[in-house]
Design a protein around this ligand. Structure first.
Ligand code: 4AD
Length: 481
């Protein structure tokens, strides 16, 4: 592997007409900086080293220009070197370690650049075989075919930084608002949603042959941490969890995954659904504003190149209060519309994506809460509104532009007799005897919700396909890597 000898740049007139000053070879160990630290400009004049991957190479007669990126920012650091440091192994995608002096850049495009004294190619990359080409702007669909390499593109590395920052934003929101984080289990023996979309967990390997009884009960990957949060809400008035959840939905849709991240919160001593909608709206706004402020460049890349025009939608979502309509009102709106829907929209039918998108548009293309769904559509835990003739449960969904349902939540049935009757109806009284216990000892009105984290990212970035906002998408017939 080529390793360029460390050398001092002598007073050389470079093709850009800049005169580099003569200086002595600096023996001091260079300071290792991340690209974002170097770009901040605070180390101008220092002997530094950066490590990263080459995003562009331009070789001129006298000079060599590289852009090096290490994932710390969208912007890459420009490296300027004399052409003797050029090397055929310096290609798009190769990994390098560059040492030199950080200088103010004479070019408006960047504030600083690294005047290289030494460029070491750490890892080669054959540009012919590398699936991404230096000059092409690849579509999200194209880069999705290379889950093991797509983090090396600008768009996906931006997405991953945004995802990381959005995670921080959500944890900060809950911390600042007095919620205690609970690590709810991934392996569970309950089907919280009762929808039967479970992945079963069993031991595997020769020592377990014939032993399907590892836990002595059937066990599954969790579809929701809600019931475990409800346990905790008997001692903590505000709890949340944020982790992977799993659904064996046989869906290839643009908003469903078999493994996705869910943010769930549970609030004790609630009086009405408003206690939940206020938290949901506040969390949504706070996390969105945090991402817009802390990932401005990365978000701008999406809003400019991937989903032009989406920034206005996001600004409106942050500024305007979210309207609240009941399910019955939503049905009226759908039935008054001139749009022809594929799925029925009679009272009692579940809202489909086409209905949700219509309702969002109808309400001004901002998020809208839909409350009080038909009792029979909701799982056993939803609180009975005891109304008649349209029997509803105190449940709420948040529908958002471009995506449809982002959050689902409800007040929980805290009344022992009503809960027992419902569990009996569905034959689950024994399975959930521990859940009934929660209503026997210090039961309080409480409620909570779950927000699909990938759908949140889709919503703020305007990304159409959920597979483009998670590092390694899992969905039916696909589990690459
Ligand atoms: O509406 P869901 O099913 O609600 C629950 O699981 C409740 N137990 C949550 C609670 O009250 N603690 O799911 C919540 C959200 C949905 O609104 C949606 O955004 C997301 O999770 N979601 C999915 N996201 C991606 N792929 C899937 N297959 C999803 N299923 C639900």
């Amino acid at each position: 592997m080529f390793q360029a000898a460390a050398k001092t740049l002598s007073a050389t007139s470079l093709s850009r007409g800049i005169l580099f000053s003569t200086r002595l070879y600096c023996k001091k160990t260079p300071t290792k900086l991340r690209v974002s630290e170097a770009l901040s400009g605070t180390d101008v004049g220092a002997n530094i080293q950066v490590q990263g991957w080459v995003r562009s190479v331009r070789s001129q007669r006298v000079n060599l220009f590289l852009h090096v990126n290490d994932g710390s920012s969208l912007q890459s650091l420009q490296i300027v070197a004399c052409s003797e440091l050029n090397n055929p192994l310096l290609t798009f995608g190769s990994a390098v370690e560059v040492t030199g002096i950080l200088k103010k850049s004479p070019n408006q495009k960047q504030s600083v650049e690294l005047e290289a004294e030494r460029i070491h190619v750490v890892g080669e990359s054959n540009p012919v075989d590398f699936p991404f080409k230096i000059k092409d702007r690849h579509s999200l669909e194209y880069i999705r075919q290379f889950p093991h390499l797509r983090c090396r593109t600008n768009a996906f590395s931006s997405l991953l930084r945004i995802r990381s920052e959005a995670t921080t934003a959500i944890h900060s929101y809950f911390k600042e608002n007095g919620f205690v984080q609970i690590h709810t289990p991934i392996i569970t023996s309950n089907d919280c949603e009762g929808a039967g979309e479970l992945f079963q967990v069993e031991p595997f390997g020769p020592e377990h042959d014939g032993d399907e009884n590892f836990f002595s009960v059937p066990t599954f990957l969790t579809v929701s941490g809600q019931l475990h949060l409800e346990v905790m809400s008997g001692a903590f008035s505000r709890v949340y969890t944020f982790g992977p959840t799993f659904r064996a939905e046989n869906s290839q849709s643009r908003r469903h995954l078999a493994e996705f991240y869910m943010v769930e919160a549970e609030v004790s001593f609630t009086h009405s659904l408003e206690d939940l909608t206020l938290v949901i709206e506040d969390m949504f706004r706070s996390a969105t504003e945090h991402v817009l402020a802390h990932c401005a460049e990365d978000v701008a890349l999406f809003h400019k190149h991937v989903t032009p025009g989406h920034r206005d939608t996001v600004d409106a979502m942050v500024k305007k209060r979210f309207p609240v309509i009941s399910y019955s009102e939503a049905i009226d709106i759908l039935n008054r519309s001139s749009q022809k829907f594929v799925f029925p929209s009679d009272w009692g039918c579940d809202l489909q994506t086409e209905h949700e998108k219509y309702l969002v548009k109808h309400c001004g293309n901002i998020p809208v809460f839909v409350t009080d769904y038909p009792y029979d559509l909701k799982p056993f835990y939803a609180r009975d509104n005891q109304d008649h003739p349209k029997h509803t449960a105190a449940a709420v969904d948040l529908l958002v532009p471009g995506v449809g349902e982002l959050c689902g939540g409800s007040l929980r049935e805290e009344r022992l007799d009503l809960l027992r009757a419902r569990l009996e109806e569905v034959g689950l009284e024994d399975t959930y005897s521990w859940y009934l216990d929660l209503r026997r000892f210090g039961s309080v009105p409480h409620g909570g919700f779950g927000l699909g984290f990938e759908r949140f990212l889709q919503c703020i970035l305007g990304v159409d396909n959920i597979k483009d906002v998670i590092p390694f998408p899992r969905f039916s017939h696909s589990c690459l890597l």
